[in-house]
Design a protein around this ligand. Sequence first.
Ligand SMILES: *Cc1c(COP(=O)(O)O)cnc(C)c1O
Length: 466
Amino acid sequence: MTPDEFRAHAHELVDWMADYLAQAGNRPITSTAAPGDIRARLPAVPPDVGEPFSAIFRDFEQLIVPGMTHWNHPGWFAYFPANSSPPSILAEMLTATMGAQCMSWNTSPAATELEQVVMDWLRQLSGLPDTFTGVIQDTASTATLVAIISARERARARAGTSDAQLTLYASGESHSSIAKAVRLAGLGAGALRVVPVDDVFALQPAALRAMIEADRAAGMVPACVVATVGTTSSTAVDPLPAIGEIARRNDLWFHVDAAYAGSAALLPECRHHFAGLEQADSYVFNPHKWLMTNFDCTAYYVRDVPLLLRACSISPEYLRTAHDAQVVNFRDWGIQLGRRFRALKLWFVLRSYGADGLRAMLRKHIEYAVTFRAMVEREPGFEVMAPSPFGLVCFRHHPAHLADGAELDRHNERLLARINASRRVYLTHTTLAGRYAIRMAIGQWQTSAEDVTTAWDLVREAAAAA
Ligand SMILES: *Cc1c(COP(=O)(O)O)cnc(C)c1O
């Protein structure tokens, strides 16, 4: 591709991108593709001869786009959102253009130093203590794996402790990435103790304390507790002050997972959910979930940087540079060696919206959730299933003729399928205390009050047709 051809195609793509974002709401939000459909329309063997860009782009539009799920659609209420705001997208274009691999300070000094700056900005905005130092990871799953490995590292330092003795604790509502990290860290799936939750799906500190004592009495070495602010199912908030206190008394690593809800720490009125976070050893949240930043971008904060380096750094001769003693090499702060320049998009986002703009967006989503919840509560035959401290409302349809149980679960499963068949909105589900619940997760940057009302109308229409 010549420089002139690149320029012309780039202009075409920018026009496509601007139209896509402006008209995202006009597209069906989900694909009707059946498994294998798209693959069947793609050649099984690679091209021998280069093809013109126009042919590639035509296939992108005709084969790929219809097979996409449109996360940037204003009717996005599924899972948690993945926000790709315009400034973030523009920064990603520049990141791809420069193509820098930011493993060491030396491999792009600006990338490392900008990462230090934006992570400290985010720390200040989130009200974290200045004893926390941040690094960008690809996902919360990776950050949590790093936290578990750090906890293992600290526990190993105690004389006479073997990995086989280590036990870790998280609630039954904690994210699957924690169980996965325990397994990947080689501690064995059984090392993770599942702590029961209360009636609002928050970890019960008394149960945690009892489990730690029982393990200790059995000769195990309790090493780590993971608390969640904003669980994936229902955005429940574990009591951080009590858990932090137990962690401190028992010398446990205290990791806090706020992958989705961490963005809400920017709001003074939401800070109380994060009280006790100052006791944490590590903290993770995803600007790519609710802070206008393109997937992927995870903020990981730790207190003990030397310990993190001990767990993750390795310096073969071919990576050594003359500056190593004076600089930070983020390759030593996580799993990956090679690192994308993710700080750039965060910098663009933080500067474009400012703290005020980001707070306004978060408040808007929380307000929509309050409104949606009130509509559910007012409507006969519907019930909310959990508290809604952030942008998520869990609810179900409960017609009088159906008792609680499997039949009611199936009724709501069919209801959700009918809502999503509109392809105008997209919602997903979970189970809470064994009951099927529909999740309405509000947090897409293009979503308006009208989109929320549309979703509610579709829910009611689907229920009326049931
Ligand atoms: C989404 C989520 C994760 C996983 O996030 P990834 O960045 O996709 O790994 C972890 N914990 C919680 C509470 C989540 O909601």
